[in-house]
Design a protein around this ligand. Structure first.
Ligand SMILES: [Zn+2]
Length: 101
């Protein structure tokens, strides 16, 4: 996975195309990520006690990781991510401004 929890991403396809959000969860096995405020789906929540009303809440549904692009905090642009090995550690970096991500 090129993208991890806490990253800012740009949505590049689907109904939220062009919007930005923060990754709140990554699901590497499914190749999906959950982005804060993106791909909202309505969900019925059943009442916890009798006499209470059920509620409709909006939750962020997972998106395919291919539908988002990492935003570089250095240049604030959708980053092309590269990898390099430095001192035996694999680092992610922005190909535009070379900032480590
Ligand atoms: Zn950059």
């Amino acid at each position: 996975m090129r993208i991890k929890k806490g990253d800012m991403v740009l949505v590049i396809s689907g109904k939220d195309k062009g919007r930005k959000g923060k990754i709140i969860q990554s699901l590497p096995k499914k190749g999906k990520v959950i982005v804060e405020g993106i791909n909202l789906k309505k969900k019925n929540v059943k009442p916890k006690r009798s006499g209470e009303k059920g509620q409709i809440v909006q939750i962020s549904a997972p998106l395919n990781v291919s539908n988002v692009q990492l935003i570089c905090p250095g240049c604030s642009k959708a980053a092309r991510v590269g990898y390099k090995i430095e001192g035996g550690v694999k680092l992610r970096y922005c190909k535009k401004c070379a900032k480590a991500l």
